[in-house]
Design a protein around this ligand. Structure first.
Ligand code: NAD
Ligand code: MG
Length: 386
């Protein structure tokens, strides 16, 4: 059976890994829509290669370019927010949500409201509007398939249990490039060092999040919404080899884990083929070569982002959206060389203290909170740089 798929964020790291699998298995899926933020040339090349019928560039000023680049194809070119939402809700069997940041929230919600099956990589969308998204999926009948490797691992471990009898889940974290760094080294960390992840090759934003451990914090919140578990049933363990992608402990003491080489094509393939499986070119796990698997508790003093995220999850309401918005601005400021690495969690902590708001009832309210916090944190960065 050929599945129709839409890829939101087709030019990114997850988008490219998805395309790699799709192009290796042309009989399995048909790409109907692809989107990107600004890179017209790459988007057009993807649309040509996949024979997509809709290509959307988020940046409206590039529509003419996109038209020109797609000349001679049957692919429709479109741009802007409305077109992005159209691509998200296009008639498809699977929507790959691989936009980075809160920018992906509206498209993900459009796919969810349309009742689609959504392969969700865009964790920020779930972090900022988790309760609303889970409700919307229940109403529309949409299915969320977690692509984030940890959540995909848990999803695989839960298969067959119907979610019953779970006592806790354990998210693993590689620890990122600075796990063994001293406090002084953390202060001096550069963007180049931060994006050089030891185990995974990912987009810049998530790489910095992995270095601060905010990525694991966002994943805590992601797990809370996806699996409906409270804070005291979600643990985090540092596991530098990145072989065990996460674990589920059941009430009888059994623990199930999903293992594999650190290659995002494995969780993406699980979502692409679900509820079946498909071949991938991912390296097979050679446990004798890995030889040992280490686990240790995260250090919340050197990596306060994880503590902040857990507190935001426990507080609920608007706190996760505040945390995420502050983090997005802080990470961008760090990548632009404007603030120190260790200032990222400080800005997030300050934003959480200064922005106590009622829980958002609508997506519009989420965007209001997001916008206000972005402005406040951008102001704080200006002050620091003045
Ligand atoms: P990336 O930066 O490589 O790609 C992001 C994609 O989103 C690009 O196609 C870009 O054009 C698009 N995009 C960015 N801003 C946009 C905007 N304002 N409007 C519309 N489109 C926009 O990011 P990535 O590493 O592929 O990560 C994508 C998502 O998947 C993130 O939420 C990340 O946390 C999650 N994720 C990634 C990995 C990984 O291995 N890369 C693993 C787990 C989860
Ligand atoms: Mg992950």
């Amino acid at each position: 059976m050929t599945r129709k798929i839409a890829i939101l964020g087709a030019t990114g790291s997850i988008g490219k890994s998805t395309l790699d699998l799709v192009e290796r298995n042309p009989e399995q899926s048909e790409v109907v829509a692809v989107t990107a933020a600004t890179n017209v040339q790459e988007l057009a090349a993807i649309a040509r290669r996949t024979n997509a019928s809709l290509a959307v560039i988020a940046d409206e000023s590039r529509l003419a370019d996109l038209h020109a680049s797609l000349e001679g194809t049957h692919c429709q070119a479109a741009a802007g927010r409305g077109a992005l939402l159209e691509a998200a809700a296009v008639e498809a069997d699977l929507v790959i949500a691989a936009i980075v940041g809160c920018a992906g929230l509206e498209p993900v919600m459009a796919a969810v409201n349309a009742g689609r099956t959504v392969a969700l990589a865009n964790k920020e969308a779930l972090v900022t509007a988790g309760a609303l998204m889970i409700d919307a999926a229940e109403t529309s009948g949409a299915t969320l398939l977690p692509v984030d490797s940890e959540h995909n691992a848990i999803f695989q471990c839960l298969a067959g249990s119907d979610g019953k009898g779970v006592s806790r889940i354990i998210l693993t974290a590689s620890g990122g490039p600075f796990w063994t760094a001293t406090a002084d080294q953390l202060r001096e960390a550069t963007p180049e060092q931060a994006v050089a992840h030891p185990k995974w090759n990912m987009g810049a934003k998530i790489s910095v999040d992995s270095a601060t451990l905010m990525n694991k914090g966002l994943e805590l919140i992601e797990a809370h919404y996806l699996f409906g578990l409270p804070s005291n049933q979600i643990d985090v363990l540092i596991h530098p080899q990145s072989v065990v992608h996460s674990l589920v402990e059941f009430m009888d003491g059994s623990v199930l884990a999903q293992l594999g080489s650190p290659d995002m094509r494995i969780p993406i393939a699980y979502a692409l083929a679900w509820p079946e499986r498909m071949e991938t070119p991912a390296q097979r796990l050679d446990l004798a070569a890995v030889a040992r698997l280490d686990f240790e508790q995260p250090d919340l003093d050197r990596f306060p982002a994880l503590r902040l995220a857990r507190a935001a999850m426990e507080e609920g309401g608007s706190a996760p959206a505040v945390l995420n918005a502050a983090n997005e601005v802080a990470v961008a400021s760090f990548l632009n060389g404007r603030i120190r690495f260790t200032e990222i969690p400080r800005l997030v902590e300050r934003a959480l203290e200064e922005n106590r708001r009622a829980a958002p009832d609508t997506i519009e309210e989420v965007f209001e909170i997001d916008g206000d916090v972005r402005r406040a944190v951008a102001g704080a960065v200006e002050e620091m740089c003045a």
